[in-house]
Design a protein. Structure first.
Lengths: 230, 139
């Protein structure tokens, strides 16, 4: 009945996208962090503007990176950067640290990096670029549904959802409530099925392995609960 | 500028491809996810587990020395993952799948996406109020 791909087609496709995303963009694949940016658009646009200002002013960028390198490795800079009158630093610690490890910048004057290492992480794409990514995900779903011939505008999530969770307006409320749990939970544990499940587990990161075991276990528990209550 | 344009094109292409694969695999179908979580069907479990194994091999072969940001265990790891897992089972969508569902014509996904944005917003407010560290994957 289902016209979905078998596991042996899905697994290599997801793996190729996960590794390919890093190779092509030098960013770890993730969706929840991208989506979360759009819950605080004004602040994220300010961060973007800060990046642009720093890119336009190399001296300020250099000073900012020296300060962040010192902060990241718990060392005081040998000498205080003298040109700190550049644009104020945007207030986004994680994004800023990633900027500090931009390609070609870190090994230059930092004694911490002794040998040249592999590709460095690129800085966070602008909010507009991330918007393109999210719209592209929607387009991918549309394309697949059209190809399968299953495209159809519906309000609910299918028969199983209607039977085991809720129908009509109550169903929409359940989806919104589930969404809140997803949004809050992924922000708290720092990733979702893509960032933790694929990228993090694929790199055997302890935080990702634990997250994935726990969120999968929770989903199993709640699903059996839903099936039992119905 | 041309670098930005190139990365935007790559982001768009990878986004369409990921959305397509999520949809074709059934990861955006509430019933298929429920069947995975209740072990009624091993298909998606094998798909996801297989993807992790192959991604591990891929990262090892192609990106072993790369400086990909680490993911440590933090205070929010277990409680956050518990909440996410519960929401995943109820709404039938991880963040990427919610967007894919919208493309498939499932308009209920608008409620899911609104909820995800609201949850992320709430976390950001609480994080600033109580001084929690930020562990988001802004990627």
């Amino acid at each position: 009945m289902t016209s979905y791909w078998p596991f042996w087609a899905t697994a290599p496709a997801l793996a190729a996208l996960t590794v390919g995303y890093w190779i092509l963009l030098r960013r770890p694949l993730g969706v929840s962090g991208v989506l979360a940016r759009f819950s605080r658009v004004r602040e994220e646009l300010e961060v973007d503007r800060g990046f642009e200002a720093m890119e336009a002013d190399p001296a300020a960028l250099e000073a900012a990176m020296a300060a962040m390198t010192a902060e990241a490795f718990g060392m005081a800079p040998e000498e205080e950067p003298s040109s700190m009158e550049g644009p104020a630093l945007p207030t986004a610690p994680s994004s800023m640290f990633e900027a500090a490890t931009a390609p070609g910048s870190a090994p230059v004057d930092s004694p911490v990096f002794e040998e040249p290492r592999g590709r460095a992480c690129a800085s966070t794409p602008a909010l507009g670029e991330h918007a393109v990514f999210l719209v592209a995900l929607v387009a991918g779903g549309l394309l697949a549904a059209l190809l399968r011939g299953t495209f159809g505008v519906t309000a609910g999530m299918g028969q199983g959802f209607a039977r085991l969770v809720a129908n009509g307006p109550a169903g929409l409320a359940a989806l919104a409530g589930g969404g809140v749990l997803v949004g809050f939970g992924t922000a708290l544990c720092g990733g979702c099925t893509a960032g933790h499940g694929l990228t993090g587990c694929g790199r055997l990161m302890p935080g990702s392995l634990l997250s994935t075991i726990v969120f999968f276990g929770a989903a199993v528990g709640v699903s059996f609960l839903l099936a039992g209550l119905a | 500028m041309s670098m930005h344009r190139r990365s935007t094109v790559v982001l768009a292409a990878l986004g369409v491809a990921l959305g397509f694969v999520i949809s074709m695999s059934g990861l955006s179908d509430w019933g298929e996810l429920h069947a995975m979580f209740t072990f009624a069907s091993p298909r998606l479990l094998l798909a996801f587990g297989g993807a992790v194994v192959l991604a591990t091999a891929g990262f090892f072969l192609l990106a072993r020395r790369d400086q990909i940001p680490a993911k440590h265990i933090v205070a929010g790891t277990v409680p956050g993952a518990l909440l996410f897992g519960a929401g995943w089972a109820v709404a039938g969508a991880c963040p990427g799948a919610a967007l894919v569902q919208l493309g498939e014509g499932k308009l209920g996904a608008i409620a899911t996406i609104a909820g995800i944005l609201g949850g992320a917003w709430l976390h950001d407010r609480l994080r600033k109020r109580f001084g929690w560290a930020r562990h988001s994957c802004i990627d």
